[in-house]
Design a protein around this ligand. Structure first.
Ligand SMILES: C[C@](O)(CO)[C@H](O)COP(=O)(O)OP(=O)(O)OC[C@H]1O[C@@H](n2ccc(N)nc2=O)[C@H](O)[C@@H]1O
Ligand SMILES: Nc1ncnc2c1ncn2[C@@H]1O[C@H](COP(=O)(O)OP(=O)(O)OP(=O)(O)O)[C@@H](O)[C@H]1O
Length: 294
């Protein structure tokens, strides 16, 4: 009598949303990408990715964000898996299931977080170390935000996303608000109209990040340079900012990445949850999420 092998265990990873607390555009490189200096934090909120290891590569979508991606050609999960398979002979792949909760094209790096989670799952399925350079290379080939999402730890990000310096941050309560307007990252960078090979700034020294107040004071001096062009593309951002500014205890209100999600920081999660309830009640048409950030 033949005995069936036990089914392979399903591996699971969280794909946390990325928030750019600051974002300076330092210039445009000859290859067309922009050199950045950005302080990144990661949220408790995010997508979920599972992998049933196997020989064939496949992806199933579920969750509230699945319809927005259903018509998409190549999901970033599959692109990341292929980029790693091209570097690791005999890589075990498998069937991914993505629970898509984050809004798409929102400045929260949702696709990048999913791609990074796929790389972490494949690393586990293939006993690769997380600091294996092939993971980093596959991440950068997949997208500029993917290397940072591989670690999903707060950091200073430089270059186009490849220079990462870990930086521990105090924890904040946060509210993320997306007005359900998709903004394409390339359109926002293009609107800056920088000629390749131009330099327009220098990175600020690393912040004093030991206390919430010290960090907030520094954040107020360091903006998101993509906010003006994103506001021109999505004027509703003015209403989102006003709604968040009006909530009790908001320490800072700003846009993340290339938008159109705005975030507000609070001293604790209780204040953030109360603020989220008020904004969601006034604007049921927006995506509103209270979370922890740090
Ligand atoms: C705006 C940020 O989210 C900040 O963290 C990232 O820089 C964008 O990261 P991403 O979405 O992973 O971006 P990619 O998929 O690599 O690039 C999308 C497009 O954005 C533009 N892009 C992106 C990153 C960068 N440093 N300079 C750019 O000019 C390029 O036109 C590129 O074609
Ligand atoms: N798993 C995925 N999740 C989200 N978008 C995906 C995914 N796979 C492919 N995409 C495509 O990637 C594009 C960028 O999506 P994403 O949600 O990562 O944008 P973003 O939050 O603005 O990213 P960033 O902040 O890194 O610029 C979308 O327009 C979508 O077409």
């Amino acid at each position: 009598m033949s005995v069936r092998p036990p089914p392979l265990p399903v591996l699971r990873e969280r794909a946390p949303a990325k928030v750019n607390l600051t974002l300076r555009v330092l210039g445009r490189r000859a290859d067309g990408y922009h050199d950045l200096s950005s302080l990144l934090a990661f949220a408790g909120a995010g997508d979920r990715l599972a992998l049933l290891p196997g020989a064939e590569l496949a992806l199933a979508l579920e969750g509230p964000g699945a319809p927005a991606l259903a018509g998409e050609g190549d999901n970033l999960v599959l692109r990341a898996a292929r980029a790693l398979a091209a570097r690791v002979p005999g890589l075990v792949l498998g069937r991914f299931t993505l629970a898509k909760r984050l809004p798409v094209a929102a400045g929260l790096g949702g696709g990048s977080a999913d791609a990074a989670a796929a790389l972490r799952l494949l690393a586990r399925a293939n006993a690769l170390a997380l600091d294996d350079n092939r993971l980093f290379e596959a991440a950068l080939e997949t997208g500029s935000d993917v290397p940072a999402c591989l670690q999903s730890r707060s950091c200073l990000m430089g270059g186009r996303g490849e220079a990462l310096t870990p930086l521990a941050l105090p924890r904040f309560g946060a509210v993320l608000v997306n007005p359900r307007v998709a903004v394409a990252t390339a359109d926002v960078f293009r609107a800056l109209a920088l000629v390749p090979g131009t330099c327009c700034g220098e990175a600020a020294p690393a912040p004093e990040a030991a206390s919430r107040s010290g960090l907030v004071a520094w954040l107020r001096t360091e903006p998101n340079d993509l906010e003006p062009p994103a506001r021109a593309l999505a004027p509703v951002l003015g209403a989102v900012e006003a709604a968040l500014q009006a909530t009790a205890g908001a320490r800072l209100v700003r846009m993340s990445g290339s938008g159109a999600t705005m975030f507000a920081l609070y001293d604790d999660c209780r204040a953030a949850a109360a603020a989220a309830r008020i904004v969601a009640a006034a604007h049921p048409e927006w995506w509103v999420k209270s979370t922890v950030l740090g």
